[in-house]
Design a protein around this ligand. Structure first.
Ligand SMILES: [Zn+2]
Length: 272
């Protein structure tokens, strides 16, 4: 049973809601470190013969086209994470379309491959931004993976399995990251912090149960989680916790996942 492994390709200073600390006007001045973590991650995937989906930030591709070329060379699926890393709910429809188009143009030009997948920064497609699906469909995308079924961060009412969403111009596929149901609510065990913090046994059991029902799981990791030396800055308590907690465990958890389950890119898992 094929599950989806995804990577959000962004740098250490792309932290949502932290524009006061890392204003986009200063991004060009910060040390470009994506390659450090990315190369470690690509090595692991090559060793394990696993292909995944890379949601590349347009800004990152523009700053260092080598990143896109390396991912392409290894045969992974290339998708977009938008251009400027602004949550959808902080953009107008026009701004969202512009940001999306800009990212697709840059990434397609470098990769010479057609992009069909999108992931919003910070799981920011929620009920109040479902209009984004119309724009994604109009711009030629075939699937989205931007809705986290978790209260406070995402959209708790969404279907937690891969499903189709109706738009003005037909359907688009949605593949939410896997969550674990607990007595405290849904836990995000498949995304960055959740994966690092989650207990391996819980993660394994959740994926196994899903796969038994014929449902694929979806995980999300970041290159900076493999770059342990990236600059640490003082963030508000909650952000600090989410961003840096147990960062060393990403590599360990990834190895465990790849040992235990089969993974592929989204377009293969959804057979698009
Ligand atoms: Zn992101």
């Amino acid at each position: 049973m094929l599950n989806a492994l995804t990577v959000d390709v962004e740098d250490w200073y792309h932290i949502c809601g932290m524009e006061d600390i890392f204003p986009p006007s200063k991004w060009d001045k910060y040390q470009d470190r994506v390659l450090i973590g990315l190369e470690k991650l690509l090595d692991i995937l090559r060793e394990r013969k696993v292909k995944t989906t890379f949601f590349i930030l347009g800004y990152v591709a523009q700053r260092n086209s080598q990143i896109v070329k390396l991912i392409k060379k290894d045969g992974h699926e290339i998708a977009t994470h938008g251009y400027g890393h602004i949550p959808v709910y902080r953009q107008t429809k026009e701004e969202f379309r512009k940001d999306l188009r800009k990212s697709i143009k840059i990434i397609e030009k470098i990769s010479k491959s057609k992009i069909i997948g999108y992931r919003a920064p910070e799981w920011s497609i929620r009920k109040d931004t479902y209009w984004a699906f119309n724009i994604l469909k109009e711009e030629g995308l075939k699937y989205d993976s931007s809705i986290l079924k978790v209260r406070l961060i995402g959209e708790p009412t969404v279907n937690r399995y891969p499903h189709k969403v109706k738009t003005k111009n037909g359907e688009i596929s949605e593949f939410p990251p896997t969550i674990m149901r607990t007595f405290m609510g849904n836990m995000p065990i498949a995304t960055g912090w959740g994966l690092r913090f989650g207990i391996w046994w819980d993660i394994k059991r959740t994926v196994r149960n899903l796969n038994k029902e014929g449902i694929p799981a979806l995980f999300c990791i970041h290159p900076w989680e493999f770059d342990l030396e990236h600059p640490r800055v003082r963030l508000p308590f909650w952000r600090n916790f989410v961003h840096y907690t147990k960062i060393r465990s990403t590599s360990y958890k990834l190895h465990k996942l790849l040992e235990e389950f089969e993974f592929g890119p989204i377009r293969e898992v959804l057979e698009i």
